[in-house]
Design a binder for this molecule. Structure first.
Ligand code: HEC
Length: 103
């Protein structure tokens, strides 16, 4: 392999390795997540979809683990206002974020 090709692929690899995947930024909903949080899988799916749609627009997705349960109750209403979300989306996002955390 030509040296520049090799360096280019190493560079690309480094970029992919450094940016978190969607799976890390928004863990997929699982039956266990629904059972632990006592929120239906459907509602959690809605919350995850709304989170992915709205919460990465102004800043990086905030990893669910980076904020405590209490803080989500304060942060999400503010961010929902930022994003002009419906009350329904706001509640779904908060439920999803808290559920995604308490695995
Ligand atoms: C319209 C732009 C905008 C949207 C949309 C938005 N945010 Fe933010 N977010 C901000 C800004 C600006 C800050 C930093 C200032 C602040 O805390 O208000 C921030 C900060 C945060 C923080 C850190 C707060 C803290 O106190 O440390 C979290 C967590 C967060 N956002 C989560 C979310 C979530 C979850 C959503 C989706 C509901 C969201 N954001 C949507 C603009 C936005």
């Amino acid at each position: 392999m030509k040296r520049w090709v090799y360096q280019l692929s190493l560079g690309l690899l480094a970029i992919t390795a450094c940016s978190p995947t969607l799976e890390q930024m928004a863990p997929p909903v699982s039956p266990a997540m629904a059972a632990n949080s006592k929120v239906s899988e459907r509602n959690l799916q809605l919350g995850r979809a709304a989170y992915i749609a709205h919460c990465g627009r102004c800043h990086e997705y905030q990893l669910p683990d980076s904020v405590s349960d209490e803080d989500w109750h304060i942060v999400v209403p503010g961010m929902a206002w930022n994003a002009s979300l419906s009350k329904q989306d706001e509640i779904a996002i908060r439920q999803y974020l808290i559920a995604a955390k308490s695995k």
